[in-house]
Design a binder for this molecule. Structure first.
Ligand SMILES: [Zn+2]
Length: 470
């Protein structure tokens, strides 16, 4: 994600406070049910007791009315004996079955609590089907609307925990799964999502079903929907991967041209990033440019979504580099907990600096020095420790730029060979999974043979400006 200052501040703070509620969703019989997955920043996020393997989302959407009808078929494996379990969900379910048999269910705060007809044994697989209907734009997470509607359709917003506006899920990056997403919309409307495009086919009532498949493990915050009137460029990379780039037809010709000048270079960026970080980890590439005046973008897996405001003043390669760098840092290697967010944003920002160097502009080192000089020692900027920013400042600027300065400090300390070996090894050791800051520090020491704890302590965890030697 490209941060916009303060965008999530209010919402995130309220989530943290809500977690102190004395009324968890658990039942008297089993207080574990409805308990969060254990993220200290968002204690109610996610769920315990199972691992989702696959989401099959069959959706029908009516633009204008913002009317969503869905069946989520969730294949999961119990990780402990379960008399019940929960999903994070903002809409209301109308029926739930477990392995085809009706289950009882209730809604408690933002949890859908399910009691299967028979308890699940540890390691038992089950298929849970949730039918639901609702208006995603009415879903609020702590007062914030988390689903963007427009005249022609809608665009989902998901980070850090907003996927619940459109499907029931285990909404934490620790539980990754594969996805099938099919969306039926009126003829002439397009529905875009992650991964491979399986095709569009006629449906009843003058409607068309658009089908997508994500074949690699994906965190729920990286799933997306974009529905509207899109012009879609379908291509194939020299490596044989589909590359799908979609432009909202409502974009002005100027913004459309600036967006195209930027996102049409996606494969060039991916090829360059592959040379630095290792092979591209996913089955498809692409971009969606939605007509929205807001300046924002989100690194959805295989296909970032850019809001038109990103290109209102002309082409912007930084955002394309940033969101595609997230395919390695954030998407294939996801944060273990939200405290580890600098592993996403610091790295994606550093990739922007490396792109500058690659294209013959300022070097990453110069840009790091410039960012350092931009904040005097008494600037509040340095009070934010990117290694533990707090839930209420998760996506604040220092997480990005001080996080990137941390990587430059590491590069200066270990040299280029070790630095790029660290980055590539990080991706290969944690791909399709998660990583913690502590694991990154351990890897950097292992690869370089140097003691680096003091460096990371100063750059990531100390609430003051680190000293630099030059
Ligand atoms: Zn980002």
């Amino acid at each position: 994600m490209v941060t916009r200052l303060g965008r999530f501040v209010g919402a995130v703070l309220t989530v943290a406070l809500a977690a102190c509620s004395p009324h968890p969703a658990g039942t008297a019989a089993d207080p574990e049910i409805g308990r969060g997955i254990g993220d200290p920043y968002f204690p109610t996020d996610g769920n315990v007791g199972y691992d989702v393997e696959h989401y099959d989302l069959q959706l029908s959407y009516q633009p204008g009315d913002d009317d969503l009808d869905g069946t989520a078929t969730i294949r999961l494996a119990a990780t402990q004996r379960l008399t019940g379990f929960s999903f994070d969900f903002g809409l209301d379910a109308s029926s739930v079955t477990v392995d085809g048999r009706p289950a009882t269910f209730s809604k408690k705060d933002a949890k859908l609590v399910v009691t299967p007809p028979e308890p699940l044994a540890e390691r038992q697989r089950a298929t849970v089907a949730v039918r639901y209907h609702g208006t995603p734009s009415e879903v609020r997470v702590n007062g914030e609307k988390i689903w963007k509607t427009n005249r022609d359709g809608a665009v989902s917003v998901s980070e850090p925990h907003y996927a619940t506006a459109w499907f029931p899920c285990n909404d934490h990056p620790l539980d990754k799964a594969t996805y099938d997403v099919a969306v039926t919309v009126p003829d002439g409307t397009q529905a875009l999502s992650n991964g491979l495009f399986l095709g569009s086919s006629p449906a009843d009532g003058g409607r068309t079903r658009w089908s997508w498949r994500g074949t690699h493990p994906q965190a729920s915050y990286l799933a997306f929907l974009a529905i509207g009137h899109y012009e879609i460029d379908n291509g194939t990379t020299p490596e044989g991967r589909p590359i799908i780039i979609a432009y909202d037809r409502r974009l002005s010709s100027e913004v459309r041209a600036a967006a195209q000048a930027s996102v049409s270079r996606t494969h060039e960026v991916v090829t360059w990033a592959s040379s630095l970080f290792g092979p591209y980890p996913f089955e498809a590439e692409g971009a969606v440019v939605a007509a929205d005046e807001e300046e924002d973008a989100e690194e959805f897996q295989t296909r970032p979504v850019y809001l038109g405001g990103e290109f209102a003043t002309g082409p912007d390669m930084n955002v394309v580099v940033h969101e595609n760098a997230h395919q390695w840092f954030g998407d294939t290697v996801s944060p273990h907990g939200w405290r580890d967010i600098w592993l996403n944003e610091g790295f994606a920002t550093y990739a922007e600096w490396m792109w500058s160097e690659h294209t013959g502009q300022a070097t990453a080192r110069d840009l790091a020095a410039k960012a350092y000089r931009a904040h005097s020692a008494d600037d509040d900027y340095w009070l934010l420790a990117p290694g533990d920013p707090g839930a209420d400042r998760l996506l604040d600027r220092p997480v990005y730029t001080r996080g990137a300065m941390t990587l430059q400090a590491l590069r200066d300390a270990v040299g280029d060979d070790a630095f790029f070996t660290i980055l590539r090894t990080w991706v290969s050791e944690h791909r399709y999974a998660n990583g913690t800051t502590e694991q990154f520090v351990e890897l950097a020491e292992r690869v370089s043979g140097k003691s680096l704890k003091a460096l990371f302590q100063a750059w990531l965890f100390t609430k003051e400006r680190p000293a630099v030697s030059s």
